[in-house]
Design a protein around this ligand. Structure first.
Ligand code: NAP
Length: 544
């Protein structure tokens, strides 16, 4: 495919971010023959898998379902070590992909974007980085991720601490030595819960500061075997087909039954089986009605509470670890080995913040209403400014003065979770309303594929602008608002509602219609006059 270059741009396609999605977007752009470049804030590639290098950070989607599917050779040659790979292997994999497909020369690291301004007259974006460089691009794909802006808790004195204080999402490159240290972990989402068992045996003391208990279940990881690798290779087409079409983007076999198909006794046996299922299988292989039938979910929660009580020897701690405010799956559940077991160690304790809130952090440690504890290290596992965080901090100004940071003050308004009216030629795959709660890269891949196909289509037909119409945006947002209460991730006290960031509007930030809805609107847009209409609008701008 030949590349049609324009004198007025530096590159046709500018990708922002070299994480899982950005690397794929760059690959698709280069493969399609566009001139393309990536600007990446970090000093290396990997996105969240570059920044989140805390102990035991790992996938909780199966490695081979999270990795890329566009190349059978890549799929065969990368020999994942475990079903759920750890961060170092993931970072190695992403670097391998970048080198294997000769993408590195198109990637500029250490380039944090501080402004992206639409030049309507010239029909291009002017994107400027912290270093003062400006790139003029026809199309921008901002693959800046939903979980890329760390959220620090609003605690008095947080800057006074003299020890080491680190957020999981901005972990230092020189690994911290936890040996013999007194450690506080604030937050018990997937990040905080992963760290606790990883360090409990080497630290002097570790206290987990928990605000809201989560339904944490075992990951059930295993080493990858040659047999499994061979099966995956032999069944590549089936694997790809399943991952590309299933609502969740996983390979987990469905239960094939409703809870009412089993007796009470059979259900308990089934829950035991689910407890042993890998990762998200506890949701995707569970009874069909697990997330829609409150009684069924309550019964499963009671089963899980029984597990917690059976594992944690101190009954007071066990009760504190049992969620009381949400059903299983209503918040994104962590999947972690030995999480509850860690609280049985003599040097680990749980601080229940609902009972004894933090008063302040000072030079030596943390003061709660119960007293003061000294620490060498405080881990902030307090999550991210989910969905909108990166985009609203990038100085994005679109058509007719649209300032994204202002326009989204009351919550994001978009089309398909990846584009927006008045942001011509700007795509943000993996953005707010992008993922539906399944395997994140699979949803983002759908979006990137559609974007890449649209750019190819535009080039072939001689158009150089795409912008969703106000009606398309309105219709998508109506779907989001209507279906949000029906989403499985319905707990409003969650980062999926932006509730973890003080002052952030409480708006649902996933795509509650799921993958089927995303595919439906992408098909609709492609096959209706709107698609060409949106491109048609600037036909006259094209320099042939
Ligand atoms: P998170 O799920 O948002 O959890 C943040 C934790 O910090 C929550 O327990 C929260 O309590 C607590 N917290 C926030 N502000 C606080 C405050 N001011 N005082 C005390 N506690 C506070 O964040 P995360 O664990 O980093 O996970 C974020 C997402 O990253 C996950 O949903 C997942 O998608 C991804 N992730 C995946 C993996 C994996 O296994 N692959 C690992 C880590 C992360 P409340 O619940 O009360 O707000």
């Amino acid at each position: 495919m030949t590349s049609r270059t324009h004198d007025d741009v530096d590159v046709e396609v500018l990708v922002i971010g070299a994480g899982v999605v950005g690397i794929y977007a760059l690959y698709r752009a280069i493969e399609a023959g566009f001139t393309a470049q990536t600007l990446e804030a970090g000093d290396g590639v990997g996105g969240v898998w570059y920044w989140n290098r805390y102990p035991a950070a790992r996938f909780d989607s199966e490695s081979y379902t999270y990795g890329y599917l566009f190349s059978k050779e890549l799929f065969d040659e990368w020999k994942w070590e475990e079903e759920f790979a750890t961060q170092p292997e993931i970072e190695r994999y992403l670097n391998h992909v970048v080198d294997r497909f000769e993408l590195r020369r198109h990637i500029r690291t250490g380039q944090r974007v501080v402004s992206a301004i639409w030049n309507d007259g010239d029909n291009l974006w002017e994107v400027t980085t912290e270093t003062g460089d400006t790139v003029r691009a026809r199309w921008v794909i901002s693959a800046t991720g939903g979980l890329s802006v760390p959220h620090y808790p609003e605690i008095d004195g947080i800057d006074d601490f003299n020890g080491e204080g680190h957020h999981t999402g901005a972990w230092p490159h020189q690994q911290l030595d936890f040996t013999g240290k007194r450690v506080a972990i604030i937050g018990n989402g997937p990040s905080g819960a992963q760290i606790l068992p990883a360090i409990v045996d080497i630290v002097e003391q570790v206290d987990l500061y928990q605000r809201t208990p989560t339904w944490t279940t075992p990951l059930n990881n295993a080493p990858m075997t040659d047999e499994k690798r061979a099966w995956l290779g032999d069944n590549f087409e089936h694997v790809v087909e399943t991952l590309n079409t299933s609502p969740s983007g996983f390979l987990h076999p469905p239960a094939g039954k409703f809870s009412t198909d089993d007796t009470a006794e059979e259900r308990q046996a089934f829950y035991e089986q689910i407890w042993k299922a890998p990762g998200f299988g506890k949701l995707t292989s569970n009874y069909y009605d697990m997330t829609t039938n409150r009684e069924t979910n309550l019964e499963f929660c009671e089963f899980l509470a029984g597990k917690i009580r059976g594992i944690v020897t101190d009954p007071v701690t066990a009760e504190r670890l049992i969620p009381k405010d949400h059903l299983f799956g209503a918040k994104r559940p962590p999947f972690i080995k030995d999480y509850y077991e860690s609280f049985n160690k003599p040097n680990a304790s749980l601080v229940a913040l609902r009972e004894t809130p933090i008063v302040r952090i000072d030079a030596t440690g943390i003061e709660t209403t119960e007293g003061h504890r000294d620490y060498d290290i405080i881990v902030y596992a307090t999550g991210f400014d989910f969905g909108t965080g990166a985009l609203t901090r990038m100085g994005i100004v679109g058509r007719d003065g649209l300032d994204l940071s202002v326009d989204w003050e009351d919550g994001p308004f978009d089309f398909g979770g990846f584009a927006m009216h008045r942001l011509p030629n700007f795509f943000f795959p993996g953005g707010p309303h992008g993922a539906g709660g399944g395997n994140y890269p699979r949803y983002s891949q759908d979006q990137v594929d559609w974007i890449a196909d649209t750019l190819i289509h535009a080039r072939a037909d001689g158009f150089d602008r795409f912008e969703p119409t106000a009606e398309q945006e309105e219709s998508w947002m109506t779907m989001v608002e209507t279906l949000a209460p029906l989403s499985i991730f319905s707990a409003e006290h969650s980062h999926y509602y932006g509730a973890n960031v003080v002052g952030k509007p409480k708006k649902f930030l996933l795509n509650p219609g799921g993958r089927a809805k995303l595919h439906e609107i992408l098909r609709e847009v492609t096959s209706t006059p709107d698609y060409n209409g949106a491109l048609e609008a600037t036909r006259e701008r094209v320099s042939a």
